[in-house]
Structures are given as structure tokens and as C-alpha cells.
Design a protein around this ligand. Structure first.
Ligand code: DGL
Length: 264
């Protein structure tokens, strides 16, 4: 493997940026490519077949073009639906983004925790399996909060996001029977940690918010153990779609070290 071979992070939009800093911290010398399927955003309202086709097709094209050493599907929706299919067709090691149900079940003191995700994620059998395996004897309440995806996208475009809008998107979680007992909330969509401050205000300081970024970074570091890294070119974003990115988003991407934008 070439030392310049990058780690590729993939999401429907900017959500995977909530994972990128943890990966950089774990592997400071690793060349990174961040791929955003803006033309397909949002994934949460699509069917399983649509998501699987997009993710498998795009990751195939991206692999051919960039020859990554490892791919991280930095998207819960894509991972819970397409992870095993992508692993079947690509030889590259693939790290998925699994909702942090196991740590949430360990952490809850009340025995009731919530999970916020996209519509597509929360209905997956993958999530049922995690609940059965790790949350026995606990109550796990699910809520789809698709509006949070576009609020996170807007925030990174430097638009004003109100805590009320964030709270409204989540209110269905606490309104469920037993919802007032929730003391831990799993952020099961990579866009949501980008709104951590607003979400913490919306839920209040007694609720712990958890996501999988650190665990994913540790997994990537473990799979890359002993490999050589050399950063030959600047880290970049690769995007689908023809739209010109607004200037504030281009500036935000630079703060994540993504200084160049390619299109696929
Ligand atoms: N960031 C994605 C996730 O983790 C999906 C957002 C979307 O495209 O709906 O689920």
C-alpha cells in the first residue's frame, strides 16, 4: 500500500465532519478525503433500495478514483442499510457507523434512554438487533428527527439556528410514554453532534448526549496500526452535484483542513 493512500470518510452531506476531528486526532499524519453526496442529501427519507444503490455505486467509483486504504461510512443511515453490501463488493476495509446503543444502555441510570436518528435509520432491523443484544431490561425510545439534518447543514453554512427549532425537531422523543425518564440520548445520525450545543440546551443539562465518533476513530486507528502515512497533497472534499458551495461552507470546510473541493 502506498503511504499516500488516503482514508476516505463518506456521508450524504456534512454529517461525517462530526467524526473527522477524532480521526485526525487518532492518526495525525493520515491523508484524508471527505466525500459528501450532496446530490443525494438527505438519505433519511429515501427507501432502503435507493440508499443501497447510491452508497454502493458511489463508494465503488470513489474507490477506483482515490484508491483509499480504508473507507469509513460516516453516516448511520448508509451504514445500517448498506454496510454488509459494500463489504461484499469492495476489498477495502470498511468501518461503519453504528448507533451507540451499547454505551447508552450501560450509562442510563433511569433505565430509559432515547435514540434520535433519521426515519430510515430508526426502522432498521440492524437497530432492533442492537437493542436486543445490548439493551435487555432497558427501555429504548426511538424518534426520527429529519429536520436536524438540514439544521446541521444550515449551521455549517453559517446560517442562524435557533434552539427552538432544534427542540421542536426532538420534542416527539420526550412526549412518548416514559419519555420524561430519559437520561441518555444516542445521537444516531452523524449530523446531530454538529448541533451538540443546541441539543444540550434543548434537552437540559441532566441528559447525557452520546455519539460514536471516538469509538469509530479508535477502530480506524486499530485497523491502520503499523501502516505508513505520507501526505502528498492537501486533504480534500469530493462532492456529488453541480451546485456551487456557498462561501461560508467553503470557509467552514477549511477549518476542518479540507482546502480543496473535487467533484465526482
Ligand atoms: N448523516 C446521516 C446519518 O448519519 C444521514 C443524514 C441524511 O442524509 O438524512 O444518518
Amino acid at each position: 500500500m502506498k503511504p499516500e493512500s488516503p482514508i476516505l470518510l463518506f456521508d450524504s452531506g456534512v454529517g461525517g465532519l462530526s467524526i473527522l476531528p477524532a480521526v485526525r486526532e487518532a492518526l495525525p499524519g493520515a491523508p484524508l478525503i471527505y466525500a459528501a453526496d450532496f446530490a443525494g442529501l438527505p438519505y433519511g427519507g429515501k427507501t432502503e433500495a435507493e440508499i443501497a444503490a447510491r452508497v454502493c455505486g458511489l463508494l465503488g467509483r470513489l474507490s477506483e478514483r482515490y484508491q483509499p486504504r480504508l473507507i469509513c461510512i460516516a453516516c448511520n443511515t448508509a451504514s445500517t442499510i448498506a454496510l454488509s453490501m459494500v463489504r461484499d463488493v469492495l476489498e477495502t476495509p470498511i468501518v461503519g457507523t453504528v448507533p451507540a446503543i451499547k454505551p447508552a444502555a450501560k450509562l442510563t441510570r433511569t433505565g430509559t434512554f432515547g435514540i434520535l436518528g433519521t426515519e430510515a435509520t430508526i426502522r432498521q432491523a440492524y437497530v432492533d438487533d442492537l437493542e436486543r443484544e445490548h439493551a435487555g431490561g432497558k427501555t429504548m425510545l426511538r424518534h426520527a428527527a429529519p429536520d436536524l439534518v438540514m439544521l446541521a447543514e444550515a449551521k455549517l453554512r453559517d446560517e442562524h439556528i435557533s434552539v427552538d427549532a432544534v427542540a421542536n425537531a426532538c420534542t416527539g422523543l420526550s412526549l412518548q410514554q416514559g419519555g420524561r425518564d430519559i437520561d441518555v440520548v444516542v445521537l444516531a445520525c452523524t449530523h446531530f453532534p454538529l448541533l451538540r450545543g443546541e441539543l444540550q440546551e434543548a434537552f437540559g443539562k441532566d441528559v447525557t448526549l452520546i455519539d460514536g465518533a471516538q469509538g469509530i476513530a479508535r477502530r480506524i486507528a486499530a485497523l491502520s496500526d503499523g501502516q505508513k502515512f505520507a501526505s502528498g497533497r492537501p486533504d480534500r472534499m469530493v462532492m456529488t452535484g453541480g451546485a456551487t458551495l456557498p462561501k461560508p461552507l467553503v470557509e467552514t470546510l477549511k477549518t476542518y483542513g479540507l482546502d480543496q473541493i473535487d467533484r465526482i
